[in-house]
Ligand binder design. Structure first.
Ligand code: IPE
Ligand code: IPE
Ligand code: MG
Length: 241
């Protein structure tokens, strides 16, 4: 029997940091800090399990609408995490890329993103995409605008190539922690055929065992891409239609 398939590309909506903190009578930013710890462990475990691409939702286009101190806390956390985590990413062969609209970010944060990307550009074991100031609608609109500006036709293939995540294949498995069962403007275009996995576990508590559970669940899915079951598993001796 062959080993159960591991998803090549896992995408995660890391939700539940605020509730994790509130339940402990801590400020919400303490939950985000704990969330960075969970993310560090998740990146490492993806490498161990042979996942090739990890894409996480860290800050949505709509998260600007949160209280100002939470927004500035998240920006600060990003800046600090970046400088602290790069050595580990290098040691583990991780290539980090930031996906989203950088124009609204401070120069300090923008420089930090560019430096982390440059420092890890030679790595290829795990492609790690951090969606920050990202929205699925933003991505589709910016891709269409880029094509229109060049006078190029808008087709599924050309749009696909102009998306901010064009450097990786679509996610196989999309996980959302924190109990909500919605996409919240994450990978609207790319998740067309992703397997969805929702867990009540809050992001700061999403550990290696929880990731393994999600991967095991994925292994039991039948991905049909519009075909029938019979087409996927033809009787012995017959060729797939
Ligand atoms: C997700 O956790 C992280 C971000 C959106 C930045 P939340 O902060 O949304 O946590 P909950 O949903 O309020 O618990
Ligand atoms: C989605 O979580 C965005 C991130 C995890 C970065 P939200 O907490 O912002 O989503 P909603 O508001 O519950 O849909
Ligand atoms: Mg939330």
């Amino acid at each position: 029997m062959s080993a159960a398939p591991v998803p090549e590309h896992i995408a995660i909506v890391m939700d539940g940091n605020g509730r994790w903190a509130t339940r402990r009578f801590l400020p919400r930013v303490a939950g985000h800090k704990k969330g960075v710890d969970a993310l560090r462990a998740c990146v490492r475990h993806c490498g161990v399990r042979g996942v090739r691409v990890l894409t996480v939702f860290a800050f949505s286009s709509e998260n600007w609408n949160r209280p100002a101190d939470e927004v500035s806390g998240l920006m600060e956390l990003l800046a600090v995490a970046l400088s602290r985590e790069v050595p580990q990413l290098l040691a583990e062969g991780v290539r980090i890329r930031f996906v989203g609209d950088r124009s609204a970010l401070s120069e300090k944060v923008r420089n930090g993103l560019a430096q982390a990307e440059l420092a890890t550009a030679g790595n290829s074991r795990l492609a790690f995409n951090v969606c920050f100031n990202y929205g699925g609608r933003w991505d589709i609109a910016q891709a269409a605008a880029a094509l229109a500006a060049k006078g190029e036709p808008i087709t599924e293939a050309s749009l696909d190539g102009a998306m901010a995540l064009a450097h990786v294949a679509d996610p196989d498995l999309l996980i959302r922690t924190g109990g909500e069962q919605r996409i919240s403007n994450f990978l609207l275009w790319q998740a067309a055929y992703s397997e969805l996995y929702f867990t009540d576990r809050l992001w700061p508590e999403f550990d290696e065992a929880a990731l393994d559970e999600a991967i095991a669940d994925y292994a039991g899915r039948e991905r049909r891409f519009g075909k029938t079951s019979e087409q996927l598993a033809p009787p012995a001796g017959k060729k797939a239609a």
